[in-house]
Design a protein around this ligand. Structure first.
Ligand SMILES: [Fe+2]
Ligand SMILES: [Fe+2]
Length: 166
């Protein structure tokens, strides 16, 4: 889908980037289906866990906050309060789950997984992947097209300015 405004394109690109990250986490889970945890302190696994920790703690957190502070209030005014409520409730579930995963990923990257931390990582990652995929799908279908529809050039410039400095 083609979007007119820069901020809509950025939201869309961030959604695509997060889907890419989820795909990599899923690959890690799928290549370690046995009970044994992978060695998290070396190579690609360590790199992925580092990326995961950083992206959840910064990009994803900022993205959620930007939507809640600057986009949802606009949609509320446009009469899309029901959509906001669904999306906000999903943020409330996904963010704590993500922060816990970032913590587990960080610990594993430096000390390796224990059997318990790997078991928790697998379960929580599975929930995070499913939940965030469904969240992104809803936003791509409803929110981003609506954003592109309700703003104009001035509002786009204003939002881009806020986005750049957040
Ligand atoms: Fe969101
Ligand atoms: Fe989003």
């Amino acid at each position: 889908m083609e979007f007119t405004y820069a901020i809509s394109r950025i939201m869309h690109e961030e959604h695509m980037a997060v889907l890419g990250l989820l795909e990599k986490i899923e690959q890690l889970l799928n290549s370690n289906l046995g009970a044994e945890p992978p060695d998290a302190t070396i190579g690609d696994t360590r790199l992925l866990l580092g990326t995961m920790k950083a992206e959840i703690n910064t990009e994803i957190k900022l993205h959620f906050a930007f939507e809640e502070e600057h986009l949802f209030p606009m949609f509320e005014e446009a009469g899309a309060g029901d959509m906001n409520n669904i999306l906000i409730n999903e943020h409330r579930v996904l963010m704590p789950l993500g922060l816990r995963l970032a913590e587990l990923a960080g610990q594993a990257g430096s000390d390796g997984f224990t059997d318990d931390s790997w078991a928790e990582f697998k379960t929580s990652s599975g929930q995070f992947i499913d939940g965030l995929r469904s969240h992104v799908a809803k936003e791509e279908m409803g929110m981003v097209p609506l954003l592109d529809e309700v703003i104009d050039e001035d509002k786009d410039a204003e939002l881009m300015n806020i986005y750049k400095f957040s």
